[in-house]
Design a binder for this molecule. Structure first.
Ligand code: HAM
Length: 419
């Protein structure tokens, strides 16, 4: 029996990998412009790290973690990056070396979900965490960074939704308001929300069921739960976003599923994604570092889902990696010997080059060069050897000419660059 991949995982074949590399390259450049440094925590952590950070009642902890039992430990494949990065921040005393730190990460996450378009069991996050400040303008920087990344990847038509949950006290206040208002409306809510009423009442606010949306709309929550300080903080965030001309939509029903969020939360949605419409999301988590045993410092971050970025970026030319391949075709044994040396010389000059190892006749070898998307083909046969030249065929223009060996590199650079 042929062993198949696990549903909700993907084989990223070479053509796709080149798009991934392009996304990573563009993103790394933008992160670096914002002065974020890369961090690479392990993919596996103690499960308790996520139970304590994300909260026992969130879907990820309740039913989506890939758990691995060893004799004394319960490990989990990381379902997200924030908790790992905060753990790494505390464990490596990063607060002592620099009280404020900006980190970014790119890598796989694992959630045992029911797979569908844009929802995988192994997916990838492109994210960042800025730890050590409660400054509202840091929220603005982080949201503007997400916006720059999307623009850098030539993704348009997305919407940034923002909200403020307030501090821990305000979140309790919001819980109380909801409990009071929804007590008599339970029969109007969906079955999931009736359970949420007991264990995770905030999630009722972003339930997608039309009856629940209607019930929540009538409550007109707005910012009733926010204390004066949190109101000022949120006003500054909005003011900063306005001054940078970043479009956003205030969405009082945006609560996010994870327990650690406080104050600013945001989500970026794209209409082409269908039911799983979030390209990315993030927010503040001003109590998480302390809750995990570190100092009391504010922090904020976000993660974009790379597979979803690819779904909307695929059609843009930005992510298609240019192919500057030069393909050598040799027509006899002596030409093959020359071809071996030429291949080595081209590669030493930094030119991407390859040749036929399958003994194809010229027609088949040309077809192969075409399939590989080669920019130029170099043909060496008896004639070329006699004249000490190679025949260069530009695969884009179709022009074919004989080039002296000593002029070859300069010619290839002209033929491959800028096309
Ligand atoms: P999240 O909303 O759970 O947030 O995930 C962020 C993004 O990852 C989502 O908006 C979506 O694009 C993508 N994503 C999530 N689950 C899947 C899946 N099963 N398949 C494909 N893509 C998926 C977080 O994880 C937070 N750690 C973000 C954050 C960073 N908050 C503060 N700092």
């Amino acid at each position: 029996m042929v062993v198949k991949r696990i549903p909700g995982t993907k084989d990223n074949l070479p053509d796709e990998v080149s798009c991934w590399q392009k996304i990573e390259e563009i993103s790394r450049n933008i992160f670096s412009i914002y002065n974020y440094k890369e961090i690479r925590p392990p993919l596996i952590e103690e499960a308790v790290l996520f139970n304590r950070s994300l909260g026992q009642s969130c879907d990820i902890v309740k039913k989506q973690m890939f758990l691995i039992k060893s004799q004394k430990h319960l490990y989990a494949l990381r379902p997200e990056g924030t908790a790992s990065i905060v753990r790494a921040y505390i464990e490596n005393n990063l607060d002592k070396t620099s009280s404020f730190i900006k980190l970014y990460y790119i890598g796989p996450m694992f959630r045992l979900e029911r797979p569908q378009k844009g929802r995988l069991r192994q997916f990838h996050h492109l994210g960042c965490e800025a730890i050590g400040s409660q400054d509202a303008f840091l929220d603005v920087e982080v949201i503007s960074l997400a916006d720059k990344l999307l623009k850098g990847l030539s993704i348009n038509d997305y919407k940034i939704k923002i909200n403020s949950l307030g501090c821990a006290k305000d979140k309790k206040e919001l819980t109380e308001i909801l409990r009071k208002c929804l007590q008599n409306k339970l029969s109007k809510l969906c079955a999931d929300c009736r359970t949420r009423f007991r264990h995770n009442i905030l999630r009722i606010l972003d339930c997608k069921n039309p009856a629940c949306i209607e019930a929540v709309k009538k409550l007109d929550i707005q910012d009733k739960h926010l204390c004066a300080e949190c109101k000022t903080h949120f006003s500054k965030v909005k003011e900063g976003l306005d001054s940078l001309e970043i479009n956003y939509e205030i969405t009082p029903s945006l609560v996010r599923g994870l327990d650690y969020y406080t104050r600013t939360v945001f989500e970026i949605v794209h209409p082409e994604l269908g039911s799983q419409d979030a390209l990315g999301a993030g927010g503040r988590y001003d109590t998480l570092v302390r809750d995990l045993g570190g100092p009391q410092v504010g922090a904020i971050g976000f993660a974009l889902g790379m597979e979803r970025l690819l779904l909307v970026a695929r059609r843009t030319s930005q992510v298609a990696r240019p192919n500057n391949l030069v393909y050598i075709i040799t027509l006899d044994e002596e030409a093959k010997r020359q071809g071996l040396k030429l291949l080595d010389n081209l590669r030493k000059s930094g030119i991407t080059a390859d040749t036929d190892y399958e003994g194809k006749a010229i027609k088949g070898a040309m077809r192969r060069a075409n399939d590989l998307g080669a920019k130029c083909v170099l043909i060496i046969g008896e004639d070329e050897l006699k004249k000490n030249v190679v025949t260069l065929k530009n695969m884009v223009s179709g022009i074919q000419e004989e080039i002296k060996q000593e002029d070859l590199i300069a010619n290839l650079e002209l033929n491959t660059i800028g096309q």
